[in-house]
Design a protein around this ligand. Structure first.
Ligand code: ZN
Ligand code: ZN
Length: 260
């Protein structure tokens, strides 16, 4: 299995996941044209995509899906509770391309396990497993829960949200206080500090690779997230580079991670 971040953050999320038999997109918050362009960079044709898995209805996760699915006849998979918010937004997706799941399901040689995450709309994180290999992607959650940790534990690799630095969020002048409170609230996004706490639990479960994801453009920077989180976990005895490797996903195409 391999995974590559094609874009991560509030400007648009797009992740590519591949096994021997399957090529998938997780969310597509870029334009259709930009999606095609980025797939071309990694040598993948749109017609090769077997499906798009959707986490939730926010536009930074679905912007490109309507056109991409209808143009290239690619099926769109979402939890039944998420579809109620997608129906109006993905009008061009044909009836035969609307795929509904309500629990874990096999996608050829990959087992996909959804786990609900606390956000201001119905939202799911996912684990992708094959034999003893497991990759998880969890973003857009206001807080971490034991149930989520349980579901994604023992993943070798986790894409985990590190959306905002709390000081930067509350000191910033661009957002109204109500929005700041929403982001920081239990159904908003995961802060660097929340993320560090979750990483400690994941490392204890055997995770050796974390990719910090969905960073806010206004309230975080890749260097700040990386430094804050590595220093926090180091105080608790977890060393980046030895016990766990931490990378940061940005709006640019990232490096491949391959699980053998
Ligand atoms: Zn988002
Ligand atoms: Zn969201």
């Amino acid at each position: 299995m391999r995974i590559i971040n094609l874009s991560s953050g509030s400007d648009g999320n797009l992740t590519f996941i591949q096994s021997d038999n399957v090529k998938l997109l997780l969310d597509d918050g870029l334009s259709c044209q930009e999606t095609v362009k980025r797939l071309d960079v990694i040598g993948v044709k749109p017609s090769e995509i077997d499906g798009i898995i959707v986490s939730h209805e926010h536009s930074d996760h679905i912007k490109g899906i309507d056109l991409f699915s209808s143009k290239f006849d690619v099926p769109v998979y979402a939890h039944q509770d998420v579809w109620s918010g997608l129906d109006d937004k993905l009008k061009r997706v044909s009836v035969k391309c609307r795929k509904i799941f309500d629990g874990r399901f096999d996608f050829k040689d990959i087992l996909i396990t959804p786990v609900e995450v606390p956000h201001d709309v119905k939202c799911y994180g996912f684990s992708f497993s094959q034999n003893d290999r497991k990759i998880s992607v969890v973003t857009d959650l206001g807080h971490m829960t034991d149930k989520i940790i349980d579901s994604i534990s023992k993943s070798q690799l986790v894409y985990l949200e590190a959306n905002y630095d709390r000081d930067m969020l509350f000191r910033g002048t661009k957002y109204p206080l109500s929005l700041k409170r929403r982001i920081d609230g239990p159904n908003g996004h995961l802060s660097n500090s929340n993320s560090a706490e979750a990483i400690e639990k994941l490392v204890a479960s055997g995770t050796r690779q974390i990719v910090l994801s969905h960073l806010s453009k206004e309230n975080n920077t890749p260097a700040l997230a990386f430094n804050y989180i590595t220093q926090t976990i180091e105080r608790d005895g977890i060393k980046e580079g030895e016990d766990v490797r931490i990378d940061v996903a940005t709006t640019s195409i990232g490096s491949f991670f391959r699980l053998k």
